[in-house]
Design a protein around this ligand. Sequence first.
Ligand SMILES: Cc1ncc(COP(=O)(O)O)c(C=O)c1O
Length: 421
Amino acid sequence: MTASTAVLQRLRDRASALDAADPLAAYRAQFIGTEGTDGTDVVAYLDGNSLGRPLKASAERITRFVTESWGARLIRGWDEEWMALPLRIGDAIGEAALGAAPGQTFVGDSTTVILYKLIRAAIDARPGRREIVVDTDNFPTDRYLLQGIAQECGATLRWIESDTAAGVAPEQVSAVVGPQTALVVLSHVAYRSGFLADVPEITRIAHEVGALVLWDLCHSVGAVDIQLDAWGVDFAAGCSYKYLNGGPGAPAFGYVRAGLQASVRQPIWGWLGSSEPFQMGPDYEPADGIRRFISGTPAIVGMLAMQDMVALVAEAGIDAIRAKSVALTEFAIELTDAVLAEYGVTIASPRDAARRGSHVTLRHDGFRELTGRLWEQGVIPDFRAPNGLRIGLSPLSTSFTELFAGLDAVRTLLAEAHPAA
Ligand SMILES: Cc1ncc(COP(=O)(O)O)c(C=O)c1O
């Protein structure tokens, strides 16, 4: 039996009621493409966990930068403003979204390169320990980097077998760490399932055996409450183009706990991470503090848009953002159970909101083919092999009505494919 018109109407009404009661609803209009009058064909954008929508303020900031800053200040811009940006924006991200005091966060290279620098710095800080712990479902770049670094440094990877519909539990970490563990590298929110790892507990377990931890925050920063200082995290990195809306290829951030900075070195010894870059001296000496994690000329153009979103996250508050994220993922699950389950769609994300980030993954063997048809209609989730449809819910730019429209489009296409269901 297919979803009745009455059930659909009830869910549509619920979406409207949830939007009407949403204290963050007004923020949505600040994003380009959300009003249906700005020339885009987008009906439902459900991929804010891959690439956040641009803010209108960013369009203005980028234009102003070209004319007033780059265009008018020219090379003077470096001294006047740009050289300070990687640490200034780092501190703003730290305050708004990481629970990090100033002086511990920088914006620099791609996530991949920052992860490389931090992993190398961490294992060099634990000489004599030859093992790195990682899970089999961590994001490919994390796993590939670790494979390369293990080869480079003669280290051994200890793999945790993780469930692709869940994530890594503290007991699994306890079972593999020991006196040989130099570093544990895990994702806060699993890119596939959306599982939210217990960072404080896993960090405690790693520290108990003398190991360091590095958390990949790509799928949590800006959507989930993070308290790096309070949790005692050593290293973290995350991208700025998902829930921080920095735009395609915007540079990532890295975090290094203040107490570790003086004793660790990163492997890419560039001039702008050196103590006196403009002395042009013969030998590299790392700068004091977090600046030593920078290598070359900062990607200033790439750092423009994220500043607007970081300011918006600070204004809305991460607790309110997290509350809306939970409400959105709960509604996605409710819709799936009510109108998609009958076509064989299953949920490959935790049902417990406390263990779930800001996306929900649905499974169905027809999703590969269906995703292309959804995109043609302006309904944009993403597909992850072998059969996952990721519904990414960016709390400040996604409405409940948009989410209903997106999953109703999935239902319509499944109903066409399975007329007898
Ligand atoms: C969890 C996670 N880690 C790392 C990356 C890689 O980031 P980049 O391609 O910016 O280096 C991504 C990209 O989506 C990711 O989702």
